[in-house]
Write a new protein. Sequence first.
Length: 113
Amino acid sequence: MTDCLFCKIATGAIPSEFLVETEHVVAFRDIDPQAPTHVLVIPRAHFQDVAALTRDDPALAGEVLAVAAQVAKIEGLSEGHRIVTNTGINGGQSVAHVHFHVLGGRGLTWPPG
Ligand code: 5GP
Ligand code: ZN
């Protein structure tokens, strides 16, 4: 999608530094970090949310989660971390290209606000 921020990041139209880059998935730091580690993991292809991703390409959903776990390892989050995907207005999704947040480096409260 030409008008999607994360498509532009994935294609390099908006230059970004990737922590992990595979054929189908990229990981990059959130512009407004909510924890010492706050990384976003996305498929390069555009899917609106986790429902669309798992419906249309469940294998890719597995690849995205594997990269999220890899990011946690790279960032040294052995004491724990959180992987979360927000969906829709009530879920707090502000970018309509599915993404998984990898958060860690401090104690995270539960439940979230
Ligand atoms: P959501 O609210 O949709 O779950 O998460 C979107 C995330 O994208 C937010 O945490 C926000 O800080 C991040 N974000 C928004 N614009 C940019 C950007 O241009 N670059 C990066 N790296 N992150 C962004
Ligand atoms: Zn997109």
